[in-house]
Design a protein around this ligand. Structure first.
Ligand code: HEM
Length: 438
């Protein structure tokens, strides 16, 4: 790389004072940084960072990057809980592990869970229907955790829901604090105690599968099978790490996507009416309920638009391992590259009228203009390993709720906060009533 390239422009110190505080509102802060250009340097938590806000450059690093980048401290911070699972693994161990996980989460495996997901959702709906005001975010979170237990682990997570919720909240806030260079000792000690308890539960689940191989298709069985090799890459310890990785990576993200899709539909009756009309037409044409989510294309468009407006993983990080040319600027080795789906998805150059909820912008006729700027599941070889499961789960819930219930929420956008994933600190108060017959 020529050494004559200039460094990226830096956000001037005098302007930092007028910008949102990154510790309390990282997303608004990054929006303000992006106003200075497509490749902009800033420092945070004592580390030099560069926000890369051009879809083509971001795609280059995500799609093609090999040895040029490695996992960033924020990914490694989750490793206090997830050990050497996929979120923090590096080559040469990452690739063989990724292949195993991918086998358990392939589209074909995931489709095998359609009936289970439909049954769980129908049972869940009877519990929330006409139950007065509920926190829809919390209730959806319970359902997606049950789905994850049943589908991925073939195990009942219901008895450990509170413990899992504490571990998830703990690991995400610890990682978000580490990103800003802060350490909360008391929170780390609480988290450690909860992880010890969760480890004991997981060890029991893993031991149940430790007999002769059964060829069962759930992901935990696939991991246990690989772990029998007991070498540098696959071991009993790795089975535990990867299982926790799937819980940490898969739960809050799917719950947020589903909750925000339901919230958007509740706030946009025109889209809600169109979706319900299409669902009823498909049902009347004989499509079974558990297949509606695959047969009615508008469901996917609604989810794609919900992921655009509220990407559950709104910021991605990598560390440059060598000096890099990023859009004509030199970025020094050791610098943290920041890619921000939240900012990119709200850029009017890629998404005209970016704050408008318009699922049809993803329709075949119009989606050509979306391009590289859209990255809710990341991209390249480290793209989300659970995207099929997440989308199918969310689609099933959105379909059955839209068909069978009317959801009422406040019209204002709910308050969101960043803690590695996007979260709803006040939940989502809502009323869920039985739908009127057509
Ligand atoms: C709507 C839901 C989800 C969203 C938006 C999402 C988003 C993402 C993103 C953006 C990444 C890439 C992070 C990076 O490049 O630094 C990722 C990685 C990952 N996700 Fe997801 N995810 C979701 C659900 C799931 C589910 C359900 C699972 C599994 C049960 C899962 C497992 C993983 C794993 C294992 C990785 C690491 C992959 C690797 O590095 O090889 N995710 N996810």
């Amino acid at each position: 790389m020529p050494t004559t390239l200039p460094p990226p422009p830096v956000v001037p110190d005098r302007e930092r004072g007028g910008m949102p505080d990154p510790d309390s509102d990282l997303l608004r802060f990054l929006e303000a940084v992006a106003a200075h250009g497509d490749v902009v340097a800033f420092s945070l938590g004592g580390r030099e960072r560069v926000l890369v806000n051009d879809g083509t450059f971001v795609a280059r690093f995500l799609q093609e990057a090999g040895d040029e980048t490695r996992r960033a401290p924020i990914n490694l911070a989750t490793a206090v809980v997830t050990g050497d699972g996929l979120l923090s693994s590096e080559q040469p161990r990452w690739q063989p592990r990724r292949r195993v996980v991918q086998r358990g989460l392939s589209p074909r495996q995931v489709r095998g869970h359609l009936r289970l997901l439909a049954d769980n959702t129908t049972r869940w709906l009877t519990g929330v229907l006409d139950d007065g005001e509920v926190d829809l975010a919390a209730r959806v979170g319970e359902l997606t955790l049950d789905n994850l237990g049943d589908a991925v682990f073939a195990a009942d997570f219901r008895p450990v829901r509170p413990l899992l919720s504490r571990v998830l909240a703990g690991v995400l806030s610890t990682a978000a604090a580490a990103n800003s260079g802060r350490v909360d000792q008391a929170a780390q000690e609480r988290l450690h105690a909860d992880v010890v308890e969760l480890d004991a539960h997981l060890a029991r689940l893993i031991a149940q599968r430790s007999g002769p191989a059964t060829g069962a298709g759930d992901v935990l069985s696939v991991l246990v099978e690989a772990g029998r090799r007991d070498d540098d890459v696959f071991s009993e310890r790795w089975v535990r790490d990867e299982a926790l990785t799937l819980i940490v990576a898969g739960h809050d993200t799917t719950a947020l996507l589903t909750t925000m899709a339901l919230s958007l539909l509740a706030r946009h009756p025109d889209v809600h009416r169109a979706l319900r009309r299409e669902l009823r037409a498909a049902r009347n044409a004989g499509v079974p309920d558990e297949e509606l989510c695959e047969q009615v294309p508008l469901v996917r468009l609604v989810l794609q638009e919900a992921l655009r407006l509220y990407p559950p993983v709104p910021v991605l990080h990598r560390v440059a391992t060598q000096a890099l040319d990023v859009g004509g600027h030199t970025v020094a080795a050791g610098c943290i590259l920041v890619f921000c789906p939240w900012v990119q998805h709200r850029d009017p150059r890629s998404f005209p009228e970016p704050l408008v909820f318009d699922p049809w912008r993803f329709s075949e006729q119009r989606r050509a203009s979306v391009g590289a700027a859209y990255l809710p599941f990341g991209g390249g070889r480290r793209m989300c390993a659970g995207n099929h499961l997440a989308t199918l789960q969310a689609a099933m819930i959105v379909c059955l709720v839209t068909l069978l219930a009317d959801v009422e929420t406040a019209q204002a956008e709910p308050r969101l906060e960043y803690a590695v994933s996007l979260r709803l600190p006040d939940g989502l108060p809502a009323r869920v009533r039985s739908a009127r017959r057509p």
